[in-house]
Design a protein around this ligand. Structure first.
Ligand code: ARG
Length: 249
């Protein structure tokens, strides 16, 4: 009888332990928290300020998470690992001023766009490059690795002309120190980098037009949920308000 009791209580312990384990399991999955991957070197969309990641993407992501009743956790990773990480399910979504391209669509799904952008060219004020047409394959072009600036410049001028850096600020430092002749990067970060450094300017002619969207794992339901939230946030003026807070026309 005593033995029987012991077996029952052991079994009960096992069931309880299993229950606790599975409960923990579902808690740490993306059930009540959305994990966003970004690369916080890209003001005003995302940058680090006083040890905090701030910017347009962060504010929009927080507004979306709130609408979906979820907490938001942000991981700051290298830009060229975001799409692969989302594809593998390491992150629930990627939001980093990510341009929608046909190639990327093969690997991830994109939500509706939330912002428009252009690729800009930064040069030193006294540069021999004074328009996009002045750039040749003999120039050294600085880019952030894995960005559309990288992809377009490599297509147009060849891999040899393109020097890839981990992030935009490092590419801009290379321009200042004369290692590259220009930097091709998104217009708003370009403005921020030029404002933060002396002797640089942005060429008038833009290099390419693009749209930013959030990427999710292919086939994920999250795409519809985020689109619903985005629709409401566009309609009630929240998105415009967030963008206006960071970009003064
Ligand atoms: N829009 C460009 C792209 O999608 C650059 C984005 C870089 N974003 C960043 N957070 N560093 O390739």
């Amino acid at each position: 009888m005593k033995k029987m009791k012991k077996i029952v209580s052991l079994a009960l312990t096992a069931v309880l332990a299993f229950g606790v384990l599975t409960a923990c399991g579902s808690k740490s999955s993306s059930k009540d928290t959305l994990v966003m991957a970004t690369n916080a070197t890209f003001p005003p969309y995302e940058s680090v300020s006083n040890d905090k990641i701030v910017g347009i993407d962060v504010d929009i992501a927080n507004a979306i998470a709130k609408k979906l009743g979820k907490k938001l956790e942000i991981k700051d990773v290298s830009f060229d690992s975001i799409i692969a990480g989302v594809q593998q399910g390491k992150y629930d979504f990627g939001m980093a001023g990510i341009t929608v391209t046909e190639d990327r669509k093969k690997n991830v799904d994109f939500t509706d766009p939330y912002a428009k952008a252009v690729q800009s060219v930064i040069v030193k004020e006294d540069s021999t490059i004074q328009s996009v047409d002045d750039i040749t394959k003999d120039n050294k072009i600085g880019v952030q690795q894995g960005t559309t600036g990288d992809i377009y410049a490599s297509d147009d001028y060849g891999e040899d002309a393109v020097i890839k850096y981990n992030d935009g600020p490092t590419a801009v430092q290379a321009l200042i120190s004369g290692k590259v002749d220009c930097v091709i990067i998104d217009s708003e970060p370009a403005k921020a980098y030029v404002a933060a450094n002396q002797g640089l300017k942005i060429l008038d002619s833009a290099y390419a037009d693009e749209e930013y969207a959030i990427c999710v794992k292919k086939g994920s339901d999250l795409k519809g949920d985020i689109n619903d939230a985005l629709k409401e946030l566009k309609k009630d003026g929240t998105i415009d308000k967030i963008i206006a807070k960071y970009i003064k026309e």
